[in-house]
Design a protein around this ligand. Structure first.
Ligand SMILES: [Fe+2]
Length: 309
């Protein structure tokens, strides 16, 4: 078996030319892992795969993590997290965007970013797909960093940014809330979800990838709140906000994005230390089923504010 690779739109790559159910040699494991670090977003199509096989395949990329939302994991396969839409629980994910009711729309984010210890990656496999909508976007923040001009790189080299966890989208300072109305059953506080009150997570604006050492623009709009002590780097708070607005606008440029339209059997693996993701959501009542496995993030990339001395 030899792996073949084809670049996706803008970022990421499709990998084909192998059968996931055939034994995967050590050499091929190394090759897959190298491709993951090179492209950060890997698409595999049409693989006929059991949950057990998904777990086994995911382990190629590192030890797996159990998702904190335990209620939705599979009892038989604790490493598997089941994302399901089209049932009773949809009301807790429903909101209005310019008057349209949408289930499960999520802004650009990195998983567990608000804890300071994001997981390393995740693999999604689509079992039931929405005919319309239900897209997942991936944004490469290494590419976004590389596209910054020298002046901006110098400006952000020494700064730190704070992320403030909040269940309420309207309270997030850098997401686009124009035309947004929360649905009546959306959780309002972390306690509604059984979450603790997370302290703010502080990241350098530029993070070095723990494996590749390459630079990542650590700016994701969800939960982004402020620059830490901007006056120490010669900025007023207003200037710091303006800088963050400019950086968020930069990360939203389509040239850093791959938007995946799901087909049944698709698997997408991404590097959550480098890539942000978002979802468009669906209309109410649309069935969608995705099996997710998560690669553990053993590295702390941000610190929690309460630990600061
Ligand atoms: Fe996510």
């Amino acid at each position: 078996m030899t792996l073949q690779v084809k670049s996706l739109d803008n970022v990421g790559a499709e990998v084909f030319g192998f059968d996931i159910n055939e034994p995967i040699s050590d050499e091929m494991r190394q090759e897959l892992k190298a491709l993951w670090y090179e492209y950060a977003i890997l698409l595999f199509r049409g693989q006929d795969i059991t949950p057990g096989k998904q777990i086994e395949f995911s382990r190629i990329f590192g030890p797996l993590e159990l998702h904190p939302l335990k209620t939705t994991t599979s009892e038989e396969y604790p490493e598997l997290f089941i994302l399901e839409n089209g049932g009773d629980k949809d009301k807790h994910q429903t909101a209005f965007y310019h008057g349209k009711e949408i289930v499960g729309k999520l802004d650009w984010h990195m998983d567990l970013h608000y804890t300071g210890k994001p997981n390393h990656g995740a693999l999604l496999r689509a079992l039931v797909v929405a005919e319309q909508d239900g897209l997942t976007g991936f944004g490469d923040l290494e590419k976004a960093y590389n596209a910054l001009d020298d002046g901006t790189r110098a400006q952000i080299a020494g700064i730190e940014v704070a992320y403030q966890f909040n269940m309420q989208r309207r309270k997030m300072r850098f997401v686009d809330v124009e035309g947004y109305e929360p649905g009546p059953d959306l959780p309002k506080s972390p306690a509604d979800m059984g979450f603790p009150d997370f302290p703010d997570a502080i990241y350098p604006c530029v993070v070095e990838h723990p494996v590749t050492g390459r630079k990542i623009l650590e700016i994701v709009e969800q939960f982004l709140d402020r620059v830490i002590e901007p006056e120490q780097v010669g900025m007023s708070e207003a200037q710091a906000d303006e800088l963050l607005r400019r950086l968020v606008a930069h990360t939203r440029k389509p040239e850093f994005h791959y938007i995946h339209r799901w087909e049944e059997g698709d698997m997408v693996l991404w590097d959550n230390w480098r890539v942000m993701h978002c979802t468009t959501g669906t209309k109410p009542g649309v069935k969608r089923l995705i099996n997710r496995t998560t690669i553990e993030g053993a590295v702390v990339l941000g610190r929690q504010l309460q630990e600061a001395s």
